[in-house]
Ligand binder design. Sequence first.
Ligand code: NAD
Length: 248
Amino acid sequence: MTNKRLVGKRVLVTAAGQGIGRASALAMAAEGAQVFATDVNVDALATLEGVEAFVLDARDNHSVEEGVARAKPEVLFNCAGFVHHGTILDATDDELDFAFDLNLRSMVRTIRAALPRMLKRGKGSIINMSSACSSVIGAPDRFIYGTTKAAVIGLTKSVAVDYVAQGIRCNCICPGTVESPSWHDRVDVLGKILGSKEEAMQQFVSRQPMGRVATAEEIAALVVYLASDDSAFTTGHPHIIDGGWSGQ
Ligand code: NAD
């Protein structure tokens, strides 16, 4: 008898090479899931242990269809996303197209590919990566990002309501600031704009009333919960995990 929470579950994770996706893939494997960890970064995938790692480009229909056919997931964690800096007046059409494709349409691709099998089994948990910066709260210079992540909440609710009676759950996660490789890049970008990396770091940290950023593992714990049957009575919700940012 095991008390691991994800034994017997096949899980597909996008963007599992680093950051929250990686921490979540490892956390779900530790809970007994058979994890298919995917990314476009071959080198990052090569450092993962205890999971089946392979390349899946979330922006490519064929790659997604192949990857989903291989993983046959009961749990799908759509983690891929990118943060653009700037206001509506800074945003270019190319940046908008890229972000809507990676942050939102990638989820449409994976869900379209995975849902028919989930429906046949009468069971599935889809977890989409949104952000506190979305329809939950506005953040300065995050026009493209906040817009796409708000759309993820709409996508989540729509899928949830359409399939709630057929055993499918669809939730999303809305983290505040989380330590990850790309977050360090964003601190560098803001540091150059402000002329001080320390001030940039302070701006990111002070958004959370808890006075710190999250670890990827703290977000992974929520992913494990939503993947597991412990969360059987929740669907259609943005699960906010933001150090109190939006809760004041
Ligand atoms: P990250 O940004 O450091 O890593 C992103 C990963 O995505 C990389 O491994 C990259 O190779 C992969 N990737 C890029 N394009 C891809 C594609 N086309 N197909 C598959 N994979 C691709 O990781 P992170 O900061 O933990 O962010 C992960 C997710 O969490 C993103 O959706 C992000 O928007 C969201 N998020 C992050 C934070 C934060 O503060 N870090 C907060 C809220 C939400």
